[in-house]
Design a protein around this ligand. Sequence first.
Ligand SMILES: NC(=O)c1ccc[n+]([C@@H]2O[C@H](COP(=O)([O-])OP(=O)(O)OC[C@H]3O[C@@H](n4cnc5c(N)ncnc54)[C@H](OP(=O)(O)O)[C@@H]3O)[C@@H](O)[C@H]2O)c1
Length: 265
Amino acid sequence: MGIRLMALALIPMLPHLPFGQSSLSTSPLGIGTVKWGRTEGLKHAPFSLPDDATLHQLLDAAEAAGINVLDSAPAYGLAESRLGSLLASRPNRFHVFTKAGESFSHGASFWDFSESAIRRSVENSLRLLRTDRLDAVTLHCPRHDLSVLSQSDAPAVLSSLKSEGKILLSGFSVMSLDAGLLAVPHFDYLMVAWNPGFLEHQPVIEAAALARKGILLKKVLSSGSFTSVSPAESLRAARNLPGNPVILAGTINPHHLRDNIAALT
Ligand SMILES: NC(=O)c1ccc[n+]([C@@H]2O[C@H](COP(=O)([O-])OP(=O)(O)OC[C@H]3O[C@@H](n4cnc5c(N)ncnc54)[C@H](OP(=O)(O)O)[C@@H]3O)[C@@H](O)[C@H]2O)c1
């Protein structure tokens, strides 16, 4: 056995649990890929885009640990196209959650939740991710997320795309408590910000768990700005929330990924 394989063999496996009422079983840890494709306009400390060899190291370690969720978005710069190419040699190993509604260009975000924009975004994601059906599409909401629910076509368009077989699951990325609670019955899963210093949206997690919806957690590591709580403590506390949440810990560092896996096994 080579040194690399021996190292991978030492990584403990994470269990797979039902993702809401969907047909997916998911690992409690997933990887957020915003830093895989974009460096501008983020809260994180400055960094350079990782090379392909580093991303393959991350994917090797993820596979060895049983991680099967990757979270991406059209607004994450090169992330979707890089995933399409990186995953070509790893068919059916990961569920790629992507998004629609937000785009990012020349340092700024733009939102469009019209039917034509959502359909165009999904077609583009299908092409970049080199698949004929997306596992999951999350509405990538702006700060005023209530308007996405009450004034846009987007929730209905995602339902149509499910019926057409272009996507399997639809989700909503929560920006406000009111919209999060309102969104629960209308989507297969909710993406909710949670960390020990930000508990304001926890009622959405509890409502989603009660309704047996899937739950994705974002910002569990406070986007890298730790205060009194360590990354391992944040991850363990998040794992104990109701509803078998999937923690989308963002990383481009294989050592951090290894630590995050160890914290949950
Ligand atoms: N509106 C939305 O839909 C939305 C918004 C925010 C996030 N998200 C999703 O959630 C994912 C995660 O969000 P996020 O990146 O903002 O926040 P996060 O996961 O809370 O934090 C990621 C940061 O923590 C650092 N980190 C990871 N593991 C670490 C460890 N063991 N020790 C020390 N530092 C560690 C990473 O640095 P290294 O790279 O150096 O490890 C990275 O800068 C995103 O990638 C995205 O997929 C979605």
